[in-house]
Ligand binder design. Structure first.
Ligand code: URA
Length: 212
């Protein structure tokens, strides 16, 4: 498994405003969108392309275009939905699937409550959007789901990650034949006893959409 922790002054700046408890939901949503676009630039580094011929106003030349089948973007509901707009800016032609997952606040175990994905993901590069990689339970379950449907390359984009979560995903997929990459804005210090990332930014879903 590959882990890429972003190291860019613009990402650090935006993350610092995002973490701030005083940042309101509209600003939080805009920052998440901007951060995802920046992280997506790194996450799509290995996306498959084909050589094509293009005619410029001056001459014919060779270029590259995204290969078929197109990548699939899968936001994990609900907080991953806040990342979709930023990802779509960079990959507007990708297909979008949805996975609804929730974690039990006591056991911290993830379970699936909704799924809207292509039945066959053979040959597809899947980009999973989940802002907080905490215990890793949600991503582990989502990755198994996608691998079972045939995905042959998986990249997760997470705004923040905890070392415990990265280690759990790494252990679970140590022998996976499917290449797995995690691209994250920052690797935080730890998880607290409630499964929140420290220093973190609190509950990403609540901060995006307000408490319901
Ligand atoms: N989910 C969140 O929204 N925040 C955390 O810190 C951990 C999991």
């Amino acid at each position: 498994m590959k882990v890429h922790v972003a190291n860019h002054p613009l990402i650090s700046h935006k993350l610092t405003v995002l973490r701030d408890v005083r940042t309101d939901s509209p600003t939080f949503r805009r920052l998440v969108e901007e951060l995802v676009t920046l992280l997506a630039y790194e996450a799509t580094r290995e996306v498959r392309t084909n050589e094509v011929e293009v005619t410029t106003p001056v001459t014919k030349t060779k270029g590259r275009k995204l290969a078929d089948p197109r990548p699939v973007v899968v936001p994990i509901l609900r907080a991953g939905l806040g990342m979709l707009e930023g990802m779509s800016k960079l990959l507007p032609t990708a297909e979008v699937g949805f996975l609804g997952m929730v974690r039990d606040e006591k056991t911290l175990e993830a379970s699936t409550y909704a799924n809207r994905l292509p039945e066959d993901l053979s040959g597809r590069h899947v980009f999973v959007l989940d802002p907080m990689l905490a215990t890793g339970g949600t991503l582990i379950m989502a990755f198994h789901y996608l691998i079972d449907l045939g995905a042959n390359d998986i990249t997760a984009i997470c705004i923040l990650s905890a070392p415990e979560g990265i280690a759990a995903v790494e252990k679970e997929f140590a022998n996976s034949k499917v290449p797995i990459t995690i691209v994250t804005g920052a690797l935080d210090e730890k998880l607290n006893e409630n499964g929140y990332i420290v220093p973190g930014l609190g509950d990403a879903g609540d901060r995006l959409y307000g408490v319901v």
